[in-house]
Design a protein around this ligand. Structure first.
Ligand SMILES: Cc1ncc(C[n+]2csc(CCOP(=O)(O)OP(=O)(O)O)c2C)c(N)n1
Length: 636
């Protein structure tokens, strides 16, 4: 069917406008909303497949529920574009994820419809339950609270913790399980199999559809939904005795599975569910990428494909004349396989990020030695610890930001027992367009205070390989952080060398000021020197410290013995991070020097390109040059 582009969407600027549409227009409206998302994401980028998959759910939710009084909590929030477009952000949607523009995730300060800030997964049920219990306590029993959570996010412990709690409350909570069998990569685990079984089981669905029919029939006779449910529940329970339902055993009323793309049916179900008291779950089956062929076919690639030609489905790729440096994640992935080929004790662990971390390279070549454990960072860490107790050497790759979830496991299960687990923290530093929920800002600070933990950060690809190699024979907890994106060495496959743990290096000699850097951000120093020009090259000494812990004390004695002006630079929080470690050394050893620390300040830094954010925080090459100029005799 050809739809006239945007004729309904043009008139709709809020859920209140949407609710004025006759039900007969909803299908067309969904088509227009889907097209709007395709038009925008193809040109401006962002998350794609997950958004197309929830178009009907989004429209039905805002149509049936009285938002913003009724509260929708989107899990992760990467699928909330339709919600944003419907709730006043249609006209600035082209700024989505750009510096100064709207956020790619729901955000409380952006809209009253964004009830809870998200970005990390599996928080929605807890948050919605908290809202429900709070409103109940405050005497509002009418308000509806809806958590919309994907089957991938449902694999996390936190989702189960929340359901376990919800099941013994009488809260006004509806959980919508958006089951598309996918996380970013195909979803994994026993729960996934269970959901597939429930969806495809003939007996189960027969009984369920009888129940829905009955519900429909009784509605027509004016019987209240509560009565209907209690009548049919008994029948259902006995009919399904042989096939227990996971959610029902947690005391949540389970409904479904239903077609998550049938907007009319969804609206009528939501209207029915509104009057059914207590915590309940509606299982919706959807297709990630729905309505856009290429995205339905290759769902991982189209999770966040970058810019593309919407007519041909061709994803834009930059073409270069010369070989380009690889992404750090790929250096990790290939190096891990190289190491694992030589050392049969090496294993790989990722919590639901096989593609994002490039662990998929090892999963493909050595499927029995590399594990995607689902969105389960805590489990990933302790699972790795368990393997380490048996003499294996797990490389546990977790994005810096998601490692925050597993902090206790890092301390309690790995470091206190001094186990040989190697943590590779991808996306360390500013994450870019994903914004503050995803910035890897804190890992240097949170890792360096734990006994036994080594904290390393490579300045380039060769260093990353050497650190991974070094870590395999270190025999204790070892963390290596590196940023999102490309390194600096097109020819990076150099033979690996063992480093001395805790040894830094002088990158360049200088006479007036010492710049100490950690990790990839150190590459900015050269650019800063070029910006300064003049005698800057002679005046500036640069040290790549490589390790925040143990610190290279011998090198620091040299630095503080020879320089009275020192600048530290890190792509991490300035409080408690690398610069703080250097200051602690200086103070403990009785040196005095002027020290300027550059890094992520103690405030929320929003989204934007990594370089834009570095500039905002004063540690892009220009900011570094300015600091040097203010601090030394060098003039900009
Ligand atoms: C704690 C945490 N770990 C990992 C991620 C990265 N991540 C973002 S979306 C996603 C998949 C979510 O799958 P699902 O909930 O099924 O949603 P879908 O994209 O399939 O709609 C993952 C792993 C995250 N956001 N939070």
């Amino acid at each position: 069917m050809m739809i006239k582009p945007g004729i309904l969407l043009e008139q709709i600027n809020s859920p209140a406008d949407l609710r004025k549409l006759p039900p007969a227009d909803l299908v067309q409206f969904c088509d227009e909303l889907r097209q709007f998302i395709i038009d925008n994401v193809s040109v401006y980028g962002g998350h794609f497949g997950a958004n197309l998959g929830v178009v009907e759910l989004t429209v039905a939710l805002h149509y049936a529920f009285n938002t913003p009084t009724d509260q929708l909590v989107w899990d992760v929030g990467h699928q909330a574009y339709g919600h944003k477009i419907l709730t006043g952000r249609k006209n600035n949607f082209h700024t989505n994820r750009y510096y100064g523009g709207i956020s790619g995730f729901p955000k409380r300060k952006e809209s009253e419809y964004d009830t809870f800030g998200v970005g990390h997964s599996s928080t929605s049920i807890s948050a919605a339950l908290g809202m429900a219990i709070a409103n109940q306590y405050q005497g509002d029993t009418e308000r509806q609270h809806v958590a919309i959570i994907g089957d991938g996010s449902m694999t996390a412990g936190m989702a189960f913790e929340a359901m376990n709690h919800a099941g013994f409350t009488n809260s006004n909570l509806l959980i919508i399980l958006n089951d598309n069998c996918m996380a970013i990569d195909p979803n994994v685990g026993a729960l996934k199999d269970y959901l597939t079984d429930i969806t495809t089981s003939k007996t189960y669905n027969k009984v369920k559809s009888d129940v829905w029919n009955l519900l429909g029939k009784l509605s027509k006779f004016g019987t209240s939904a509560q009565d209907i449910v209690s009548k049919v529940e008994g029948a259902l329970k006995s009919a399904l005795l042989h096939q227990s339902n996971l959610f029902e055993s947690l005391n949540l009323r389970y409904f479904g599975p239903v077609d998550g793309h049938d907007v009319d049916h969804l609206v009528s179900i939501f209207n029915d569910l509104k009057s059914i008291p207590g915590p309940k779950i509606l299982h919706c089956v959807t297709t990630k990428g729905k309505g856009y062929g290429p995205a339905e076919k290759d769902q991982t690639k189209w999770h966040a494909p970058g810019l593309f030609d919407k007519l041909t489905g061709a994803i834009q790729k930059k073409v270069y004349d010369t070989p380009q440096p690889p992404k750090y994640q790929d250096v990790f992935g290939h190096t891990l396989v190289e190491l694992a080929r030589e050392n049969h004790k090496i294993m790989g662990v990722t919590p639901a990020m096989p593609s994002g971390s490039s662990m998929n390279i090892m999963m493909k070549e050595m499927p029995d030695r590399a594990f995607d454990v689902g969105i389960a960072e805590q489990h990933a860490v302790t699972f790795s610890a368990g393997m380490a107790t048996q003499g294996l050497i797990p490389f546990c790759n977790i994005y810096s930001t998601f490692m925050q979830r597993a902090y206790d496991q890092v301390i309690h299960d790995v470091c206190l027992q001094n186990l040989h687990v190697i943590f590779c923290l991808d996306r360390a530093g500013f994450a870019g367009a994903d914004g503050p929920t995803h910035h890897g800002a804190y890992d240097i600070a949170y890792m360096r205070c734990i006994p036994n933990m080594v904290v390393a950060a490579p300045m380039n690809e060769a260093e990353l390989r050497n650190m991974m190699f070094t870590a395999t024979s270190y025999n204790g907890p070892f963390s290596i952080r590196y940023p999102r994106g490309e390194g600096v060495m097109p020819n990076w496959r150099l033979p690996m060398e063992t480093q001395t743990v805790g040894k830094g290096r002088m990158v360049k000699y200088g006479t007036e000021v010492a710049i100490l850097t950690i990790g990839h951000i150190g590459n900015y120093v050269n650019e800063a020197i070029e910006i300064l020009g003049g005698d800057a090259d002679n005046q500036i000494a640069h040290f790549d410290m490589r390790y925040v812990k143990p610190l290279d004390e011998a090198l620091l004695h040299e630095v503080f013995g020879n320089f009275d002006r020192v600048i530290t630079i890190e792509d991490g929080c300035i409080q408690g991070g690398f610069g703080s470690a250097v200051l602690e050394f200086m103070s403990d050893k009785g040196y005095t020097a002027k020290v300027k620390r550059l890094g992520i300040p103690d405030r929320v830094v929003e989204h934007g390109e990594q370089r834009e954010l570095h500039a905002e925080c004063g540690f892009d090459p220009v900011g570094i040059a300015q600091t040097i100029a203010e601090f030394t005799l060098v003039h900009v």
